[in-house]
Design a protein around this ligand. Sequence first.
Ligand SMILES: *Cc1c(COP(=O)(O)O)cnc(C)c1O
Length: 394
Amino acid sequence: MTDLPAPGRSTRSVHLTEHVDPATGSIIAPVHTNSAFAYADVPSWRAAALGETPGHIYARNSNPTTDRFEAKMAALEGTAAATSFGTGMAAISTTLMALLGPGRRAVTVTDTYGGTHLMFSQILPRWGVDCVVVDTDDHEALEAAIAEGCDLLYLETPTNPTLKVLDIARLSAAARAVGAVTVVDNTFATPINTRPVEYGADIVLHSASKFLGGHGDVLGGVVCGSEELVHRVYALREIIGTGMDPHVAAMFLRSLKTLGLRVERHNATAQAVAEHLAAHPAVERVAYPGLPDHPGHDIAASQMEGFGGVLSFSLVGGMPAVEKVCAELEYAYLAANLGQVETIAGPPATTSHVELTDAERAEAGIPEGLIRYSVGIEDTADLIADLDRALSAL
Ligand SMILES: *Cc1c(COP(=O)(O)O)cnc(C)c1O
């Protein structure tokens, strides 16, 4: 018999790490709701507690349902291990707290997610971490900041909401040269479009609340990497209690089966919408890595299999035009989310960067008169007709 070819995106999403439950024959991962797990005697309990034999002790530490979500995410990202969290920010903050401390130096970019930006600008400095925040557009300045000494390099690509693209291979090589760990927030790309470890990243993390969940009905986070690094993050997670609930893990396991299908549709629709808007007279500028004139297009083409489901655009009429168009859109919810099957639109001041003041947003290079548009899985032609109709109101 010949071997099967390497499975494609949807086959991976459906089948990776899935198995029939030996106790019941269940095809779907059972939801284990135990707070604690029982043992027949003290020696077997002690052996499991010490990690000498496999077994669960208490649900803040581990649970069979969350284990299955973690195994699936590790397989999708191509890492040895993963650990899961109650939200994306829990994943990010726990990782940074686990890997950094007084006297450590972290290098990151201006255009990270709003909550992440505050970790680097305000929270970590309070704990004695030296945080260097470099202009996202400047790879040379990033390399220079890394070469001056760095314990952790933190990247997000494409960025939110300006869709800037960072070269993971180039920057992680600079980090490795000084012994730094590279962490990549892969929320926007998803493992369907980019697997950052293939380009040298050490840790890949997600706000699972976005594309991984995909239906706007559940929050979560996940951190993927080597056994050693994930264990360091997990060791803090089990103490501070930022882990994922098993009911939520079951919802993510269901969502992940359609990840390949959904992301392919998001990619195709976002590309069509971006091209359409780029040619529209009321639109000043469209930011989407799939457009050939996007400054990060070549890097994106080298590390992304698709350019993702989020784009942003600015209007000739500025903020008043943004408010008018948002109000007219029929097939887009005005909400602070992205990556779900429904189209979501809104200005960054009310979505990704709501935690920042006007001055902080300006300093972070987040333009006010911008609409972030996360395409859903509606028919592409309907979304384009809706945008045309809303823009004609100007
Ligand atoms: C939403 C988001 C986060 C935060 O995740 P939560 O699940 O909302 O805590 C982090 N990074 C990116 C890129 C995001 O879009």
